[in-house]
Design a protein around this ligand. Structure first.
Ligand code: GDP
Length: 196
């Protein structure tokens, strides 16, 4: 049972607890809110992160029965492009990823019809440099026919980020595997490319 614990833009606003945290990241429209709602078995859980004025904040959810927390990080992909051209994360996200000692894993969400970009690779590198686990999730798989699905997942798997977990918030496919992966991440038992 996920419980919303509040939002933060600065470390002094982070919850004070000892729950291992799993950060969920994805570009806008990737399907992050739908995935979070599906995991929680609710329709409104992630609505708060879309409230105007709150979209650039980090949102914390406790899952006390599993002794872990989920942190919904602001969507990226619209951050300003600087010179030289380079993907940038929001300052609040970068700071959280660098400094939060409770962070144990990253869930990277991508619309299965898109290809990972520099943003996704940069996030994966962040995780790797901190030695935390990474689970890549290809969502909206219900939108693809059988052949296209196989092709897309194979292409993703051949890319820099390795294995992707197929997921659909509409059909619920992948929900159990994802819930298990999150528990393993929280326990520090899921490394990049780990099997789910
Ligand atoms: P966010 O911006 O990453 O939080 O993305 P949302 O969860 O709001 O989803 C963006 C759009 O994709 C919405 O119109 C959702 O209804 C749709 N969507 C999200 N997940 C799925 C999915 O698994 N299957 C389908 N068919 N549509 C989805």
């Amino acid at each position: 049972m996920f419980e919303y614990q509040g939002s933060a833009a600065h470390p002094r606003e982070y919850p004070v607890w000892d729950l291992p945290e799993i950060a969920i990241v994805g570009r806008s429209n990737a399907g992050k809110s739908s995935l979070l709602n599906c995991l929680a078995g609710r329709h409104d859980l992630a609505r708060v992160s879309k409230t105007p004025g709150r979209t650039q904040r980090l949102h914390f959810f406790a899952e006390r029965s599993a002794s872990l927390a989920i942190v919904d990080l602001p969507g990226y992909g619209f951050a300003r492009v600087s010179k030289p051209q380079r993907a940038r994360l929001a300052v609040a996200v970068e700071r959280y990823l660098r400094e939060r000692t409770l962070l144990r894993g990253l869930l990277l969400i991508l619309d299965v019809r898109r290809a990972p970009q520099e943003d996704e690779e940069m996030l994966a590198e962040f995780g790797a440099s901190r030695g935390i686990g990474l689970v890549c999730v290809a969502t909206k798989v219900d939108k693809l026919g059988h052949g296209e699905r196989i092709r897309r997942l194979r292409d993703l798997e051949r890319g820099a980020l390795g294995r992707w977990l197929p997921f659909s918030a509409v059909s619920g496919e992948g929900r159990e595997a994802l819930a298990q992966a999150i528990v393993l991440l929280a326990r520090g038992q899921m490394e990049k490319g780990g099997k789910v």
